[in-house]
Design a binder for this molecule. Structure first.
Ligand SMILES: [Zn+2]
Length: 218
């Protein structure tokens, strides 16, 4: 089962992807996670990515494609994958289609978690991360048990630079400009399922599972 998850930052893509990855035994491939890992390890690629992230700009297509096709070539992706945060532009989507077609494993479905702009800003500015283990919380939807402390290791929580209101607005503008054509592209291929993501996490999960359960499992 080859799936792409689309959705604005804060739409709950990552939260939805983890249990789906377990249920359908497919790796959850997040561009954000791969990039963060490279940045943490300060690899040459990570340093390049860091420049774009710091300024709220998108990482260029060529750089993203290089990283993602490398990842999709790994053996754990043979029976399927759940892409999160990629493709982000029509150019990336076309390149992904070319790559998958030549590998004879085309996409099955594109799930679009749809969320209003107001809700995106409200959710993202509530996001906090553990300084020690990196676990992500949301003060509205997934608060820690003790305020400002990580449930796992009791370390303090901080707000990532890219979750500050001024950066969120910039990210959202860039995201919307790119995503509208991407949505149209997949809609034109009859692959798009739009899912209302303003609902609670568990309700959204039920809708997604209902769609994906119709696919044969490997
Ligand atoms: Zn922690």
């Amino acid at each position: 089962m080859n799936i792409v998850l689309l959705g604005a930052p804060g739409s709950g893509k990552g939260t939805q992807a983890q249990p789906l990855s377990v249920r359908y035994k497919t790796p959850h491939i997040s561009t954000g996670d791969i990039f963060r890992e490279e940045m943490d390890q300060m690899t040459p690629l990570g340093m390049k990515v860091q420049e774009y992230v710091n300024s709220g700009r998108l990482v260029p297509d060529a750089l993203v494609l290089e990283v993602m096709t490398q990842r999709l070539n790994q053996p754990d992706c043979e029976k399927g994958f759940l892409l999160d945060g990629f493709p982000r532009t029509v150019a990336q989507a076309e390149a992904l289609d070319d790559y998958l077609r030549s590998a004879k494993r085309p996409l099955d479905k594109v799930l679009y978690l749809s969320l209003s702009e107001k809700e995106v800003i409200r959710r993202l500015s509530s996001r906090r991360q553990c300084v020690r283990c990196g676990k992500v919380y949301n003060l509205m939807t997934q608060p820690p048990q003790i305020a400002d402390h990580c449930d796992v290791d009791s370390a303090g929580l901080f707000q990532r630079d890219d979750d500050r209101p001024e950066t969120i607005e910039k990210r959202l503008r860039v995201f919307n400009d790119l995503t509208e054509p991407l949505i149209a592209y997949y809609h034109g291929l009859d692959m798009l399922e739009t899912i209302p993501a303003d609902k609670p996490v568990s309700e959204v999960a039920q809708i997604v599972i209902k769609i994906l359960d119709t696919f044969p499992r490997t």
